[in-house]
Write a protein that binds this ligand. Sequence first.
Ligand code: ASP
Length: 623
Amino acid sequence: MLKTHTCGELRASDAGKAVTLSGWVNRRRDHGGLIFLDLRDRFGITQVTISDDSELDLPNAANPSNGSGNSSSCTQAHEVASQVRSEFVVRVNGSVQKRPEGFENPELDTGEIEVIASELEILSEARTPPFVISGSQGDEVDEAVRLKYRYLDLRRPKLAENMRLRHEIVRFIRNYFYERDFLEVETPILLKSTPEGARDFVVPSRIHAGRFYALPQSPQQMKQLLMIAGFERYFQIARCFRDEDLRADRQPEFTQLDLEMSFVEAADIMALIEEMLIKLSAKISDKPVQQTPFPVMSYDEAMAKYGIDRPDIRFGLQLFEVTDLVRNSQFGVFKNAVAAGGIVKGVLFPQGADLSRKEIDGLIEYVKPYGAKGLAWIGLTGEAAADGTYPAESLRSPIIKFLGKEEIAGIVSASDARRGDLILLVADEEGVTNPALANLRLEIGARTDLISSDLLAFCWVVDFPLLEYDRDEDRWGAIHHPFTSARDEDWSILEQRPADVKAKAYDIVLNGWEIGGGSIRIHRSDQQMRMFQRLGLSESEVDEQFGHMLEAFQYGAPPHGGIAMGIERVVALFADAQSIREVMAFPKTATGTDLLLEAPSLVEDEQLAELHIAVREQEESAK
Ligand code: ASP
């Protein structure tokens, strides 16, 4: 037998038992006559003690009835132990002994005992690993090395724990939906294009020359078809594939909890998910949920107060707008931005009025990436005069000379600044001002310790716009996907005022991360056709890409809706992981490369020929 117990199992009450353990050598300490091995398996670590003589009069596992010791086997074990190194795989026969008083190790579950070895066998030798496996070291190791030796990285306690947590979360989710009569259905991986706003990965067909499958960006169409099939409550832990441009913390393939229900409204789905998240949080995390029921915020409100549609509401520091106040300002930066159709908004840096000039200038780094050209600032160093305006000595700012007294008083009041605070303002088009300030707000929150890492702040964002104008393509695109329904009252303005149409869509946000989103779908073919037309698809394009959906809607489609949640993001948030790569067994790099398998890779010419594919020379040599 290779093991009678795991390395995490033995306790003081097992003292005297003959056992066999197998695992990896986590650490070896050689004290000459005594060698200690910390033996590790998935379940824990047990100390194994190997002596070079038979003084320790102990039974051994091979012959449990023999309590008289066995000097030759002890010597054998000691000889073997002196050869083993970290990460060797070994098997130990021995007996459990309570550790002498004062030698217990409270850090280990098995810390009350040790196993006195009578026999040791090397099952597999190990090269010196490229990084230390035991303990919590290793974070400083280059991630490329960790990814190349992922199977070693997964041995480290942190990643192993993340994978265990992921398993717990997925198990909880599955049970939650099984208990509520959901049917788990697997949908195809070889599919046709499913639009979720990214590029498809395509797979060439050998049998059908020149034809391609697409990997699903999500099972969106399949789950809707399952509703038409009458399944009513579907879920799946589904793999999704999106060929997106490089962005930190994106992965070309990832996992979603995907679900769809019939005969429901948005509130039904939101309630179901909310209950799941509250229960999951209680089970998985020690952190309290900030507020239940989860706050529900409209998209417009989220943009106004936080500049972003996934607000981190663990802290305040809401943005404020002063566009109207500065419309006729003498300060050209403000005036011109407003004249050009932009907005002027700001955020407070609490007690930041005394930041050094260098520190204030440094804050520009947090707005620049979004296209903001600058940051205007006003430090409130003193009090207002009796008439409510601020004398120059109460302010510290390079722009007060351009601003009227009323204007300054108005800005201070809109910002709700107190003495000692720093007001930071951005004047630009909305698409620049909002994300720039949203990012700056997060930075200020972090610097002023306002963001608690011990809180789970969920919120819903609803009433998203249905469409957004794509300037490059000069057409309207779906914000969510083309199957999302407009609000009932907005169907009448779909053609004339597309920008004003709101969707029956909802996103669930946790600590500033969008962890999921969904919508009530269109279930009538006439409305779906109108939507496709609104998106600028020609009749033949609709027919070619979505004819099956329109046809299916003609055979009795129930009203339906659903949601999908990103499993990696949820796990990463619960694990306090810095990246979703930390909660995936075999992730790819940010550039989509698998460093372990070295994929993507070239394939044989014959294979390409069979697939009817010719790779252009130029591209091949560039590889
Ligand atoms: N399929 C959508 C997505 O992946 C979610 C949904 O609408 O259910 O984002």
